[in-house]
Design a binder for this molecule. Structure first.
Ligand SMILES: Cc1ncc(COP(=O)(O)O)c(C=O)c1O
Length: 374
């Protein structure tokens, strides 16, 4: 993919320093505020960052506890074990994987890669902004492509937007914040039509929650398409958001190029996230339970929204994106006063996004939000 080494280190250091000081969510201006609230008040209902209310699985917790006795040793073995498991699950080789501290790291590396070339990123919008933000900071221009009338990514429009300057297209499927999902066949044919000199960054953070499930993953194209990079996380269905483990999947050359520019290395995450992720892969029942309970939680909100005539997108994720015409102004602030945190997405001021917690949280969300109907 011709990643350009020029200035990479300087830019990476700058960006990493920002991450260290602020954390990835601080870019959205709310990290320290929320951490403070978390520490102060255990009974806040957190429906704002699409976390998994059930995670981590018991086997992950056990693995972390057991691993503490090895904390004096470097965790190379478990890096290899985790990559081998991921490879076996996906019919690939360990060398097709790069492990990172959450998928945020992969997204920032990819954004910087384009920025350093002063290239262009084409992206549907609104979408998850990390790759675009890091790209812009490093010098990329961003071409934002609007969604269709059902808040779905318009793949033809994205293809049309690709120009000589385009170095990367960013696709988040299912998409955050809209919760919509593309048909697997449409996405596959899109990937095959993107010119080979343009990287495809495919963010699959919510794939396990989607209708297509893992069958909808574009990982199956990694051996076929040299420009495809899949971005995955253990933060969502695996419930490990606070332990930080994500990964990139691509051909060996791209993975090597990313590894060359990744500050630290795959052992940087340390034992706890590595063993937790590895153990979680052996616990598919936990994932099935989380997906089923998530569907139950979503239904509670759908039923209420249908009763009230609130327009929403049927969600392929663990959050629901709805128009807020039926709600009082400042709904997010009003809900916060009641101890329930939800989100308004920057640039999408007419919508609210609610993450799916346990059914009892969603019933409380419904009861509380009903007070603010107009
Ligand atoms: C689409 C998407 N990608 C990536 C991330 C980053 O997740 P993490 O860095 O925890 O893997 C998120 C987090 O909310 C997300 O919604």
């Amino acid at each position: 993919m011709g990643i350009n080494r020029r200035d990479w280190l300087r830019q990476s250091l700058l960006a990493s320093a920002t991450m260290l000081v602020a954390g990835p969510h601080a870019a959205q201006g709310c990290a320290s505020e929320r951490s403070k609230e978390l520490r102060e008040k255990d009974d806040l209902i957190l429906l704002n960052w699409n976390e998994n209310p059930y995670g981590p699985s018991d086997v992950a917790v056990q693995a972390v506890n057991d691993a503490m006795k090895y904390a004096n040793r470097y965790p190379d073995e478990v890096v290899n074990e985790l990559k081998q498991k991921l490879a076996d699950k996906n019919g690939l080789k360990p060398a097709n994987f790069l492990l990172t501290a959450g998928s945020t790291e992969v997204l920032s590396l990819l954004g910087q890669h384009v920025g350093l070339q002063k290239g262009e990123i084409v992206s549907p919008y609104p979408t998850f902004p990390t790759a675009l933000r890091f790209g812009e900071r490093a010098g990329a221009s961003i071409k934002r492509v609007g969604l269709d009338t059902d808040d779905r990514i318009d793949l033809d429009k994205v293809l049309d937007a690709i120009s000589d300057k385009t170095k990367m297209v960013f696709i988040c499927n299912p998409n955050n914040p809209t919760g919509t999902e593309l048909l697997t066949e449409d996405l596959r044919s899109f990937c095959r039509r993107v010119p080979e000199n343009v990287l495809i960054a495919m963010d699959e953070a919510y794939v396990e929650y989607s209708n297509a499930g893992l069958k909808g993953s574009m990982i199956s194209l990694v051996n076929e398409l040299p420009n495809l990079i899949i971005v995955r996380t253990f933060s969502k269905t695996y419930g490990l958001a606070g332990l930080r483990m994500g990964y990139a999947v691509s051909n060996v050359r791209n993975i090597q190029a990313l590894r060359d520019r990744h500050l630290g290395s795959e052992i940087a995450a340390g034992w706890p996230p590595l063993v937790a992720a590895s153990a979680s892969l052996d616990d598919p029942e936990f994932i099935n339970m989380c997906v089923a309970k998530n569907a139950e939680g979503k239904q509670i909100v759908y039923d209420a929204y249908d009763r009230w005539g609130v327009k929403y997108n049927p969600s392929s994720t663990n959050f629901i994106y709805a128009r807020d015409d039926r709600f009082e102004k400042d709904l997010v602030a009003k809900m916060k006063k009641k101890g329930i945190l939800i989100t308004k997405w920057p640039d999408m001021t007419q919508h609210v996004r609610v993450s799916i917690g346990k059914p009892e949280h969603m019933r409380l969300f419904v009861e509380t939000v009903e007070e603010f109907l107009v």
